[in-house]
Design a protein around this ligand. Structure first.
Ligand code: SAH
Length: 365
């Protein structure tokens, strides 16, 4: 196993190993099995960057481990702070690609929005990330590294309360890595111990795969964004070609929702495109009888999108129409818009002069 994982010149990247492979690795070193969890704990709970920091391993064991392995955390490029306290964290990966995550404080909640791909498989017309195309899928450890890095920024006593897989990319187009990352985030013995009910995965609607989300115990959000097939085809061409609105809604109705949980439906509001009261009425009919809540996301503008954000009054009217039909409907506040850190704005560096770029040491407390 060790020889398979490592050529003479490349050390084993410990963060790249899932639990099973870590166990095999430890066995190959001739070490007792409990060492595997010990190392995993240092990586995820201790967030160590050097093997030498694994102080419950003897010096000899640390030297042995150092001779074959490394902890290659992503380099953190910068943190961009928005006026509302939202922080966008840019990580540079091994191959130079940059991944973005967003830390969003609100009241006593602290939500981290993670990316699952560099760019995106899909081509939703209202999303800036889509313009990048798909550069590549993120690996499990690159997804978890976003959490580890965000945690490095928290002040003592501060804790992430929610994790949302809603950043760059379509999580269900990279499901295996996402599932592995979720395991590392939720495992309580050696992982980050984030309760699964605090994690939400958002999909543009890969209908045949949404049932897989249930196996992870996390919450599911589905981006509907349109109430007719032609409009969905116009706004979300690839997602709509893969699965019709009808088959997507059927899959949502079949979803094995655990007790006390609800599905979330997201709906980006685009002025004059999908924000008519008739759209609200159709949306209400689609979701009738489903255990769900609706999150309305007023469009976050970016240059050249061709769409505009509806007025607050139009948003409130749309919300009221659905509330009249008995739905719980929330309007998602746009956070971090001035640093292009809001929904659908990831993928391009902000250039506005009022932005403050912080280095790691400036934000360390
Ligand atoms: N691919 C996944 C997750 C990433 S997008 C998905 O589609 O759900 C996360 C949310 O942001 C989705 O609901 C998407 O519809 C929404 N979104 C994308 N671009 C947006 C924009 N410019 N303004 C507001 N919401 C946007």
């Amino acid at each position: 196993m060790l020889s398979k994982m490592r050529t003479s010149s490349t050390p084993v990247q410990l963060l790249a190993l899932d639990q099973k492979v870590m166990e095999a690795f430890v066995r190959d070193l001739g070490w007792p099995m409990y060492r595997s969890e010990q190392i995993l704990r240092w990586l995820y709970q201790g967030r160590v960057r050097n093997i030498d920091e694994m102080t419950d391993l003897s010096l000899t064991d640390r030297r042995q481990l150092e001779s074959v392995a490394t902890i290659a955390r992503a380099q953190q490029q910068s943190v961009v702070a928005a006026e509302d306290g939202t922080r966008k964290i840019l990580l540079t990966l091994e191959d130079g690609q940059i991944v973005e995550s967003v830390l969003i404080p609100e009241g006593n909640r602290l939500t981290l929005c993670l990316s699952t791909q560099i760019g995106c498989t899909l081509d939703c017309r209202f999303c800036l990330t889509a313009r990048m195309g798909l550069k590549r899928n993120l690996k499990a450890h690159e997804i978890v590294d976003q959490v580890l890095t965000a945690q490095d920024y928290l002040t003592p006593g501060q804790q992430l309360t929610n994790v949302v897989l809603m950043g760059m990319g379509e999580p269900l187009a990279n499901f295996d890595a996402v599932a592995d990352a979720v395991t590392r985030m939720t495992n309580r013995r050696w992982g980050l111990g984030v309760p699964p009910r605090r994690i939400t995965l958002s999909t543009a609607g890969l209908a045949t795969r949404i049932k897989d989300v249930a196996t992870l115990g996390i919450n599911l959000a589905v981006s509907l964004n349109a109430t007719t097939e032609p409009l969905r085809a116009r706004l979300m061409p690839t997602a709509s070609r893969l699965h019709s609105l009808k088959s997507l809604l059927a899959a949502c109705r079949r979803y094995p929702l655990p007790p006390h949980r609800r599905l979330t439906f997201e709906y980006v509001l685009l002025s004059g495109v999908n924000d008519h009261p008739d759209d609200a009425v159709r949306l209400g009919k689609f979701l009738n009888g489903m255990r769900c809540k609706i999150n309305l996301i007023p469009f976050n503008e970016f240059p050249g999108s061709g769409f505009t954000r509806p007025s607050d009054a139009a948003v409130a009217g749309f919300q009221a129409e659905l509330r009249r039909r008995g739905f719980d409907v929330f309007v998602r506040k746009s956070r971090g818009r001035d640093v292009l850190g809001a929904c659908g704005q990831l993928g391009r560096l902000p250039s506005a002069p009022r932005l403050v770029a912080l280095t790691r040491s400036e934000t360390d407390c």
